[in-house]
Design a protein around this ligand. Structure first.
Ligand SMILES: CC(C)(COP(=O)(O)OP(=O)(O)OC[C@H]1O[C@@H](n2cnc3c(N)ncnc32)[C@H](O)[C@@H]1OP(=O)(O)O)[C@@H](O)C(=O)NCCC(=O)NCCS
Length: 194
């Protein structure tokens, strides 16, 4: 499992909320969340999304031992310890084969578009690789997630969404380079996706 490590992603100027202080150039600290991080992780999601839905989802997933994968909830922080980004992988299945689902990901508005989201997602996916996970899936923006290696799940791998989601938005990544299992994805119960 990856320990704490620095990325070389430095924030660029711009992209900050108008009333927020601009982040000083910094090196993100990327690491698994700890119990002490839980309130800060919730604050990140409350700030990044319009509703409390994603924050509540993270808390519900953390309470579900069938979904939560210790070490696969990652945070990015500034050198002084302020947490600014979070990304989460939880257990899902492709038919009966275990896989991991990437969701949700959030960055404090003041730090968005500075590379923090990409840095924490890359560190998280590397941790999943090191943990022996084989396949990751995500429902997300077609212009964002391909930069991490995700490709359309259904057309490229025969991995079908649980609902009729657009092919270009339901994506999969082979973490170990082998062909992923084919089948239909079943998310953890907290997602409420049947
Ligand atoms: C989406 C999010 C996690 C990305 O993190 P980030 O640190 O802002 O993004 P990065 O700096 O790593 O990457 C910037 C790139 O992401 C793109 N991007 C950012 N948010 C995006 C979004 N919602 N949809 C599509 N692309 C997005 C930018 O256009 C930029 O693209 P470019 O590199 O081609 O110029 C972050 O902006 C966020 O928290 N947004 C609000 C919550 C959200 O929508 N979460 C994702 C769904 S779970």
């Amino acid at each position: 499992m990856s320990g704490t490590h620095d990325s070389d992603a430095s924030p660029a100027a711009g992209g900050n909320a108008p009333d927020a202080p601009a982040p000083a150039p910094a090196t993100w600290r990327l690491r698994p969340e700890t119990a002490q991080d839980v309130p800060a992780v919730r604050r990140i999601h409350l700030a990044a999304f319009e509703t409390a839905g994603e924050a509540d989802l993270v808390d519900a997933l953390r309470r579900d031992p069938a979904a939560w994968l210790p070490g696969l909830s990652y945070v990015a922080g500034t050198p002084d310890g302020t947490l600014l980004a979070h990304a989460l992988l939880t257990r899902c299945h492709i038919d009966d084969a275990p896989a991991v689902a990437l969701a949700p990901c959030a960055v404090l508005p003041a730090y968005q578009q500075c590379g923090a989201g990409g840095a924490v997602i890359r560190a998280l996916l590397e941790a999943a690789r090191e943990a022996g996970e084989r396949t990751a899936i995500v429902l997300g923006h077609p212009s964002y997630y391909p930069r991490f290696g995700f490709v359309p799940a259904a057309t490229r791998f025969g991995i079908l969404p649980p609902q009729p989601w657009p092919d270009e938005a339901f994506l999969a990544l082979s973490l170990d380079g082998s062909p992923p299992p084919r089948g239909t994805v079943r998310y953890a119960a907290a997602f409420g996706i049947d």
